[in-house]
Design a protein around this ligand. Structure first.
Ligand SMILES: NC(=O)c1ccc[n+]([C@@H]2O[C@H](COP(=O)([O-])OP(=O)(O)OC[C@H]3O[C@@H](n4cnc5c(N)ncnc54)[C@H](O)[C@@H]3O)[C@@H](O)[C@H]2O)c1
Length: 343
């Protein structure tokens, strides 16, 4: 008998690696297979603490590689898939959308087909779960009022969100057409440790720490609902194990904040944490480094998530206070850079 395992895709990235740490702590007897292509966004350094754990297996590969993915299903008894792997940066998708379609759409299709083939052969199609980790960006952009619910029609506005909406539709279709046990979670913007430095929160921390200009798109008033990655991991655990088949669950942080507010809050934290750097830079606050830049093309104005379904049906709610979550996040990045500098 092959070893039973959960297949995680994209586990070397930001949310996937946080989830693997969370899952292995919470379920020390369960096995994880992590397939990751290690694009610029993925790093095995995110997983150093689990590399030697006999319950963890890393496979370096592409989820769109049909032969490899089929072999993974043959080598292990995959009892569920939690699918994180994606090209995830909106700015890159605006430059060139091809990789987004290849990974997010075709890669998702490849995984769905391999899971379906394997689980159908084993008579397990209805019992084994395929969980697609998706985004609130599929719903488009909001004005000053209202929130996205699970019933909001998809209205993606950039190639990244279009590719995620496409993947969602494929996942849903495998639920209806073949009776696969699928579930989708759509979360708002995450923040926390291990995120690639190209994204907003690490960029703000890094630029401030280095005494460089902190770039903020447009007027800085684009609003996101910030979710601490640890709260997202708990939500994913609950949805993967207890979500109803064919359902979507929104996951929000309950922290609607403009980008400029986030930048100022992070600068305030660094002012307290790194007064020595601040005085070397001859500024009274890191906020003086903030600069507005030309806006992103088609920049969605506001996202806000109605996650009452997850809260009411499954009793989940975010625990992390934004200020405390940001302090932990800033501390984590500062420690990484100080460690790097000392080597
Ligand atoms: N970061 C957020 O705020 C956020 C919010 C909502 C949803 N999501 C979704 O969550 C998932 C994870 O996001 P993230 O921020 O951790 O992304 P990330 O960019 O940090 O990580 C993506 C990971 O996928 C891997 N990968 C990319 N292409 C691959 C391929 N073809 N085959 C195998 N591995 C591949 C990368 O190497 C990387 O390790 C994505 O599906 C994203 O759409 C992210």
């Amino acid at each position: 008998m092959n070893k039973q395992a959960i297949l995680i895709t994209g586990g070397a990235g930001f949310i996937g690696s946080n989830f693997i740490h969370y899952f292995m702590d919470r379920y020390p007897d369960r096995n994880i297979v992590n397939i990751d292509k290690l694009t610029y966004a993925g790093s095995r350094n995110n997983l150093l603490e689990v590399e030697q754990n006999p319950n963890y297996q890393f496979i370096h590969g592409d989820i769109a590689d049909e032969k490899l993915v089929t072999e993974v299903f043959q080598a292990f008894d995959i009892t569920g898939v939690i699918h994180f792997a994606a090209e995830s940066h909106v700015d890159r998708s605006i430059e060139d959308a091809r990789a987004f379609v290849e990974t997010n759409v075709l890669g998702t299709l490849t995984l769905l087909q391999a899971a379906r083939d394997d689980w159908e052969k084993k008579g397990m199609l209805e019992n084994r779960r395929f969980h697609h980790v998706s985004t609130d960006e599929v719903y488009g952009s909001l004005g000053a009022e209202g929130k996205f619910s699970e019933k909001t029609p998809y209205d993606p506005r950039n190639p990244y969100s279009a590719s995620k909406a496409g993947a969602n539709l494929l996942v849903k279709s495998f639920g209806y057409t073949y009776g696969m046990n699928i579930v989708i979670s759509s979360s708002s913007n995450n923040y926390g440790p291990r995120q690639h430095h190209e994204k907003l929160i690490p960029t703000i921390i890094q630029k401030a720490f280095q005494g460089k200009e902190i770039p903020i798109y447009g007027d800085g008033k684009n609003i996101r609902d910030w979710l601490y990655v640890g709260d997202h991991c708990r939500a994913l655990d609950i949805i993967f194990h207890h979500g109803n088949p064919n359902e979507t669950y929104n996951v929000g942080g309950g922290n609607e904040k403009a980008n400029i507010t986030m930048a100022e809050q992070i600068c305030g934290i660094l002012d307290q944490m790194k007064p020595d750097i601040k005085s070397k830079l001859h500024v009274s606050s890191f906020k003086e480094l903030i600069r507005f830049t030309i806006d992103r093309k088609g920049h969605d104005r506001r996202y806000a998530v109605d996650d009452s379904k997850l809260r009411h049906e499954m009793g989940w709610e975010p625990n992390e206070d934004l200020q405390k979550g940001l302090e932990k996040t800033v501390e984590w990045y500062v420690k990484q850079w100080e460690l790097q500098a000392s080597h």
